[in-house]
Design a protein around this ligand. Structure first.
Ligand code: ADP
Ligand code: MG
Ligand code: MG
Length: 868
């Protein structure tokens, strides 16, 4: 096997071998862009390293040495050379980009002699020592684990003593002094001299990159982004170019389009006389890329040319890192840029307009989950106008966020665990803050630009972020924010507008959103290609309306019990449940009938001809009963039954295992009159709506069936009730009766059940509960640990377990169709709005998925992607 590839040997399709960065460095090399030469150690080598107890095999070391020799020859320089020393960068590069998660070492190869050689060969002593001190710090931090702040303290001390504010003010003597200090810190921490042998430096650095694959923040990032942990990282070894050579040098990053809005305009920042992370670390405030035009017009023009070459080549918005060394431009990295959901849609639709990609490709470009960002509320304009702006920073990642301020990641995580919403406020964020960023509603930093760590990571997560807000002083020690006028202490509310950069004191109200513009256009394309129907779970006209706005094509699950909880009817529901005799129960049901009927008419009106699937009463009756003395007392008065009698009946209805108890169709076996009342309400409602000129197609769904005969007897009652009414009214209404498939036995006997059913709707919440034997209400106690320890890949209540529960669905669908080829099949669990589960439903041959209103667009896009 081959483990090491020079850039000339790779290409962009080799990302699994070379990592994303390595594959793109190779691609750019081969299309003739100015990339410093180098080679890539493959991800296989990383896996080999872990397999061999964290050692690098000899054959891999040999390959590295061979490629290094080649590189030295091509460059005419030697690593650690005493005349013209070769300096290297050692860069991690995973298969999927993990911004800021892995560590890079620059200027490797410097030691006490090569630093002199570098000074001589470049005629720039200041530059040589500046590079050396950077190298010692990075190497010590990344490869040896010495905390960065120890070096930063030493740097601050010198700056303070000399009265400097910027690093660029340090002169040669200062830097030499600093190098000496840094080496002392190293020796004190590691108990040995700073390694002078460049080969040793190189091997330690490579190992450090391999090790960083398993550092805690990389692990968190992978979990968050569903990146498998066995991919490994590649290591790129590249000759250095220098942005810190003086005022005709610099370094920067740029996006070919705006990553917040998608606007087709280059967007980026650069810093003169700077190296590597200076731009993203937010130490000095970088300049807008457009001003490069004045400073170095030739380099600027070339850069603009290259950005368009890259965008056309990759057919997508690129995020490009570059360095200018004495006016000569080098490209150090390109990748498809991270962007907000809004930008993602605008860019994809624009690229179709520009003829660069087609509609199908545009659909595939959007991560369905990302749409969530667009479907969430924004600030309501009236409330926004009345709110007080206390500061304005950079609009780094759009969205609206309110929360209590906390000043470190841990406090944010704690707040989240207490159920509070919070805003993470930092001077600037670093990769250690990642968990806090996940848990916060929004992020506010005082330093850093549009490409700072906070901004990049927040955009990737779709989290609201205001960065570089220099109007505020962040006092992380005393845990407060100060502006000219106000002090905001830990735990007090602020609101952030990530689209304007404004920071408000207190809580600002939010509003709902709708599908318009490019979003609507993309959704229409999705409809063109998808074959699954997308319905919604809605129990009331309000939700149904919202879902239709998002493109729902029907209701897949209307839970009638939610109607039972309303204030005006819960007393009647309770009387019905607590009735001792059939007569009493019928009286109570008679009171409920007109109310249920009105609910259905309202929904039929909103759905106006679209299918409506109504599930008859499902939960255990105990859930409807009161527990406080006052309610019990008033119930006893209206029912004319003693308090103690009512209490006794409440105890009687108590169950050990209610989810597996007297619920669903089992209720109708013992109390047939309940479903009969509901059937009446549905059909009366349908008649009423029909008379108004609305087309109605009710689907009546019996829950929790596990045996065909259950369905058969219940269906007979319902049919008789409905047909009698229709006959009396002399009306014809098409209705169907089917069942929810949510008990494993129903899947296993689906052929028998299908004889009695017009449709199946897989109720995957209960089906998952009963297939795993995990109580939905108790699984929170252990499922987290199952996922952490990788016993389960995902929480099966969120993402359908295709191998287990999915197998039951496939079997149920197959058996059902074997008896009734046209049986209608759908899914109505939480999984109906989850992209990977939707793809599964498509493959299993279902007709529709049903999900909550806000997930309808996600489901439409996923359904289209499943086909493409
Ligand atoms: P990350 O994945 O965190 O962006 P990189 O490997 O891209 O890490 O390195 C970070 C920065 O280091 C780059 O943006 C670039 O500025 C600098 N850098 C990396 N390699 C070189 C090089 N060969 N010459 C000059 N600067 C480099
Ligand atoms: Mg980079
Ligand atoms: Mg159920």
């Amino acid at each position: 096997a081959k483990y090491v590839y020079s850039f000339e040997e790779g290409n962009k399709d080799m990302r699994y071998v070379l990592g994303g960065k390595g594959a793109n460095l190779a691609e750019m090399t081969n299309i003739g862009l100015p990339v410093p030469q180098g080679f890539t150690i493959s991800t296989d080598a990383c896996n080999d390293y872990y397999k061999n107890n964290e050692t690098i095999s000899d054959n891999i070391i040999n390959e590295i040495e061979e490629k290094l020799k080649e590189l030295q020859e091509k460059q005419g320089k030697t690593l650690g050379g005493e005349i013209n020393p070769l300096l290297l960068s050692v860069r991690s590069g995973a298969v999927f980009s993990m911004p800021g998660m892995m560590d890079t070492i620059l200027n490797l190869g410097l030691n006490d002699t090569s630093v002199v050689a570098l000074a001589n060969s470049t005629q720039n002593e200041r530059f040589a020592y500046d590079s050396y001190r950077r190298f010692i710090q990075m190497f010590s931090d990344v490869a040896m684990g010495i905390p960065k702040y120890k070096f930063e303290n030493a740097l601050d001390k010198i700056k303070e003593a000399k009265g400097y504010t910027l690093d660029t003010e340090l002169n040669v003597e200062d830097l030499k002094e600093l190098v000496k200090k840094y080496k002392e810190i190293y020796t004190k921490e590691i108990k040995s001299q700073f390694p002078q042998d460049p080969k040793e430096q190189l091997m330690l650095a490579i190992k450090a990159v391999f090790k960083s694959w398993n550092n805690p923040r990389a692990i968190v990032y992978r979990k968050l982004n569903d990146i498998p942990s066995d991919l490994g990282t590649a290591v790129n070894i590249q000759s250095m170019v220098f942005g810190n050579m003086g005022e005709t040098s610099g370094t920067g990053v740029a996006f070919t389009r705006n990553p917040s809005t998608g606007e087709n305009k280059i967007f980026g920042e650069f810093l003169m006389n700077a190296q590597g992370e200076d731009v993203v670390a937010g130490i000095r405030t970088p300049k807008d890329i457009s001003s490069l035009k004045e400073v170095m017009p030739k380099a600027y023009d070339e850069f603009m040319k290259i950005t368009s070459i890259l965008e056309n080549h990759y057919k997508d918005m690129q995020d490009i890192e570059f360095t200018i060394e004495n006016e000569k431009l080098y490209i150090l990295q390109t990748r498809n840029g991270k962007r907000t959901a809004g930008a993602s849609i605008n860019i994809a639709v624009d690229l179709v307009g520009e003829g660069i990609i087609n509609e199908k490709e545009a659909i595939m470009r959007i991560e369905p989950k990302q749409l969530d960002q667009l479907l969430h509320p924004r600030f309501e304009s009236k409330s926004l106008n009345e709110a007080t702006v206390i500061a304005k920073g950079l609009p780094a990642s759009p969205g609206a966020a309110c929360g209590k301020v906390y000043f470190n990641a841990e406090d944010v995580v704690d707040a989240k665990n207490r159920g509070e919403e919070s805003i993470l406020v930092r001077l600037e964020t670093s990769p250690e803050d990642i968990e806090g960023m996940v848990c916060a509603e929004g992020i506010l930093t005082a330093r850093g630009g549009m490409t700072s760590h906070a901004a990049v990571v927040a955009r990737g997560m779709g989290k609201c972020c205001v960065a570089g807000c220099s109007d505020i002083k962040v006092d992380e020690y005393n845990k407060e924010i100060r502006t000219e006028d106000v002090v905001i202490k830990e735990g007090e509310y602020i609101s952030l507008d990530g689209s304007s950069g404004c920071v408000y004191i207190g809580k600002v109200e939010k509003t709902e959103v709708s599908l318009t513009g490019n979003f609507e256009k993309l959704m229409n394309w999705a409809n063109k290609y998808k074959s699954l129907m997308v319905r919604t779970n809605a129990d009331n006209p309000r939700d149904a309306k919202a879902a239709i706005k998002f493109g729902a094509e029907g209701i897949g699950l209307c839970r009638t019990e939610h109607m039972f909880f309303d204030e005006d009817r819960i007393p009647a529901v309770r009387e019905m449940i607590l009735s001792k005799t059939l007569e009493q129960r019928l009286v109570a049901l008679e009171r409920l009938l007109p109310m249920q009927q009105k609910d259905f008419v309202d929904i039929f009106r909103v759905m106006d001809g679209k299918s409506v699937n109504i599930r008859l009463l499902d939960p255990p009756l105990h859930e409807f009963l009161p527990h406080d003395d006052e309610t019990i007392k008033s119930l006893s008065e209206s029912m004319k039954v003693s308090v103690s009698e009512i209490k006794r009946r409440i105890v009687d209805l108590d169950e050990f295992n209610p989810m597996l108890g007297h619920r669903g169709c089992r209720l109708a076996i013992t109390f047939p009159e309940i479903y009969i009342m509901q059937a009446k309400a549905i059909i009366n409602g349908a008649i009423e709506a029909t008379k108004e000129g609305i087309k109605v197609m009710p689907e009546i769904m019996i829950p929790l069936v596990g045996e065909a005969k259950e369905l058969k007897v219940i269906k007979e009652d319902i049919k008789e009730t409905i047909d009698n009414i229709l006959e009396k009214e002399n009306m014809k209404i098409d209705y169907t009766i089917g069942t929810m498939i949510e008990v494993p036995r129903a899947c296993l006997t689906a052929d028998e059940i299908a004889k009695e059913a017009d449709f199946f709707s897989f109720g995957t919440n209960d089906l998952t509960q009963m297939t795993f034997g995990y109580s939905r209400d108790d699984a929170g106690k252990f499922l987290g640990e199952y996922v952490n320890r990788e016993l389960l890949e995902k929480d099966p209540f969120e993402v359908l377990d295709q191998r287990g529960v999915g197998k039951l669905i496939e079997l149920g669908a197959k058996l059902g169709k074997s008896v009734k080829p046209n049986i209608k099949l759908g899914i109505c669990g939480e999984h109906g709005g989850e992209p990977s589960s939707i793809e599964f439903c498509y493959k299993a041959g279902l007709d529709y998925v049903s999900c909550s209103p806000y997930r309808v667009p996600i489901a439409r896009l996923s359904a289209a992607q499943a086909v493409i």
